[in-house]
Design a protein around this ligand. Structure first.
Ligand SMILES: *[C@@H]1O[C@H](CO)[C@@H](O)[C@H](O)[C@H]1NC(C)=O
Ligand SMILES: *[C@@H]1O[C@H](CO)[C@@H](O)[C@H](O)[C@H]1NC(C)=O
Ligand SMILES: *[C@@H]1O[C@H](CO)[C@@H](O)[C@H](O)[C@H]1NC(C)=O
Ligand SMILES: *[C@@H]1O[C@H](CO)[C@@H](O)[C@H](O)[C@H]1NC(C)=O
Length: 616
């Protein structure tokens, strides 16, 4: 293709939004947005996917398109006298090359994020794993969203003066623009313990006892309590916040927004309190609306207020232009705003400057995190433990044998048949951690580790106690929501198939696979009507053997025990439980700390390299 043609294609496509290489969205039957008095758009766990999904039509809109979308809905609110608020509940970083391959790592992220007018924003746990990224919140995101960033239970060491202080204000009270609804808002993070030493997460149990919190809740001149946070909507933290707020405000509506577990979910606490969680990775834009709220202007007529009854509605919007055009009643010429297009093109420039299209190889078929059981030839974990690890990892000495254990949560996304690029590399494995090993562990103990890490027992209890999970977040969420596995028809959990909803009759043949959410309000939450995608359980950890086969007659006497450094604590604890006394002093860095991400990428270059211009 000539360079000129390429440029003009980009320009033509670019005029309509989305990234140049993203597929066009597919037409599908849609449910309308239940627009009302007070409306919300909610994003969470974006993990750097500002460019949307360039390999999946359902999620192919980008942050620039979201900016255009929000602008049209704000205009609608202004025209009708209703209100719209935008919320983001954290984990904006880590998980996509725009963040993870840039130097410094936040180079593009903060600039892109701040282009959207987010009304209420907070931190997730990923912002806090490393001191630099927590400082990035303090130095960039908090000032960029001044007055809109809340930190109800999060402190930081101010990098400028070394003093501990709240990362942002604990709460705020404000009035909506058009309706004058008086809102008391809090921004939380779950009881996270894996943060670096420059931040302090105050457990929710402690926060609810603090004077400022108790005092804030004494205010009677409020129409809505709004709790948003990087917190699973079915967590103990939100249950406690609900209970505490409800006991202080017995009839005030309470709206929660949650995140962290990467799923679509909606929980009903009581007739005046609900919680919405809006998925992950720019796949979902959560829509929430409330009607029947009191407003300050109605204060003087209590009779009128008694007639109104608060009601809530939710919708999970698939992040693509087909949905966005429909919900704003616009088309590809009237939808994009200049500001939105500018951001789309800035994201495109960032992606290009990082060389994300660089191809390392061609994946011969899809590899799935959850859509295939484990083990299975199309399970990404089977690919790891039968190919990548055994073909890449060498024991500490030539004639030794080893086992390698890695946690499934280190893998964040699927691999699709076709080009495996620099973009793919960071989507699948964004983390910088390498492998470590312990030499000469008796095999009779080493061979028991995987069971201890995966099945019930003291190690799993200790993980839960510390709020540590080794699986991908959506699988952690599924442990408490077994219905998520229903679509997977997995052998372990044989749930009755959900009955067909009447709406689907006759449409079934046209449907393509996507989210089919079942939450507390039923099965009509998704804006796009899809056929179901299977969702299978995955273990905490998978294991590969190096230099021997676990089916061999004769087993090695001792092996090197190798593992992803993220799970070192659990490996040592597990070995201790098996009677093997090792400490961190007995552990060694593998291959000078080469990251697992690079080990995987080198395997792809070696095994999937294809000379032809196009992947077969
Ligand atoms: C945090 O840990 C680093 C070493 O890992 C240390 O140099 C630093 O002083 C610690 N900071 C605080 C505030 O404890
Ligand atoms: C888009 O909508 C405008 C205004 O309704 C209309 O004039 C135009 O023809 C439409 N464009 C397309 C491509 O449908
Ligand atoms: C979009 O970008 C152009 C060129 O950089 C700039 O002149 C214009 O002001 C921007 N518009 C908006 C709305 O951001
Ligand atoms: C474990 O090893 C450490 C260091 O070698 C030693 O100090 C300790 O006494 C050992 N503990 C047990 C229970 O053997």
């Amino acid at each position: 293709m000539s360079r000129n043609l390429l440029v003009s294609l980009i320009l033509v496509h670019g005029t309509f939004g989305a990234q140049p290489s993203a597929p066009a969205p597919k037409a599908a039957p849609l449910r309308e947005l239940p627009w009302a008095q007070l409306n919300f758009l909610h994003t969470t766990d974006i993990h750097g996917w500002w460019g949307g999904h360039v390999q999946e039509a359902s999620f192919s809109a980008d942050w620039g398109d979201y900016i255009s979308f929000a602008k049209h809905l704000r205009d609608r609110a202004d025209a009708e006298g209703s209100d719209l608020l935008l919320i983001d509940t954290g984990d904006r970083i880590e998980g996509n090359a725009i963040y993870d391959s840039s130097k410094p790592r936040g180079k593009f992220t903060y600039e892109i994020a701040k282009k959207q007018n987010i009304d209420l924003i907070c931190s997730g746990n990923h912002e806090l794993y490393k001191a630099e990224s927590a400082d990035g919140e303090f130095l960039h995101t908090v000032p960029d969203f001044k007055g809109n960033y809340l930190a109800s239970n999060l402190d930081i060491i101010n990098p400028e003066n070394g003093q501990r202080q709240p990362l942002a204000p604990r709460y705020k009270k404000f009035k909506t623009k058009n309706q004058g609804i008086r809102i008391l808002a809090f921004g939380f993070i779950f009881d996270f313990t894996g943060n670096d030493n420059n931040t302090f997460v105050i457990p929710v149990e402690q926060t609810v006892k603090e004077a400022w919190f108790r005092d804030a809740l004494k205010d009677k001149d409020i129409d809505l309590v709004l709790v948003y946070g990087h917190v699973d909507v079915r967590s103990a933290e939100y249950a406690l916040l609900y209970k505490t707020i409800r006991s202080a405000q017995w009839d005030t509506p309470i709206q929660f927004f949650g995140g962290h577990s990467h799923i679509r979910d909606y929980k009903i606490f009581d007739s005046a309190s609900v919680a919405l969680e809006s998925g992950r990775y720019m796949e979902t834009i959560g829509f929430m609306s409330i009607s029947g709220l009191r407003t300050a202007s109605f204060d003087k007529s209590p009779a009128q207020q008694q007639k109104t009854k608060v009601s809530f509605s939710r919708r999970y919007i698939d992040n693509n232009l087909f949905s966005m055009h429909h919900h704003t009643d616009r088309n590809k010429t009237t939808f994009p705003t200049e500001h939105g297009l500018n951001v789309t093109s800035a994201i495109g420039d960032a992606r290009e400057s990082l060389g994300l299209g660089e191809r390392y190889g061609c994946a011969p078929h899809d590899l799935w995190v959850s859509r295939r059981p484990y083990p299975h030839e199309e399970s990404i974990f089977t690919w790891l433990d039968t190919q990548v690890l055994p073909q890449s990892i060498k024991p500490s000495e030539e004639d030794k044998k080893a086992i390698v254990i890695t946690n499934t949560g280190g893998i964040r996304f699927d691999v699709f048949k076709g080009p495996f690029t620099k973009d793919t590399k960071f989507l699948v494995s964004p983390f910088t951690s390498g492998l470590r090993y312990i030499k000469d562990v008796p095999y009779k103990s080493a061979s028991q580790l995987i069971k201890l890490l995966n099945n019930e027992g003291p190690i799993l209890d200790a993980m839960r106690g510390g709020n540590t999970y080794l699986q991908p977040p959506e699988h952690v969420a599924a442990q408490y929501r077994p219905e998520l596995y229903a679509a997977g028809q997995s052998q372990e959990l044989s749930y009755a198939a959900h009955e067909q909803t009447p709406l689907l009759v006759g449409l079934k043949d046209e449907l393509f696979p996507g989210y089919t959410t079942h939450d507390d309000a039923g099965k009509d939450g998704d804006d796009t009507i899809h056929s179901a995608i299977p969702f299978y359980q995955v273990p905490n950890c998978v294991q590969a053997s190096i230099g021997f086969d676990t089916n061999d007659e004769e087993m090695p006497g001792v092996v090197d025990v190798m593992y992803n450094e993220f799970i070192e604590k659990w490996m040592l604890l597990g070995l201790g439980y098996l009677g093997e006394n090792f400490t961190s002093d007995d552990t060694h860095s593998y291959a000078d700390g080469k990251s697992f991400t690079n080990i995987m990428t080198d395997w792809v270059k070696e095994h999937w390299n294809v000379a032809s211009e196009e992947c077969p």
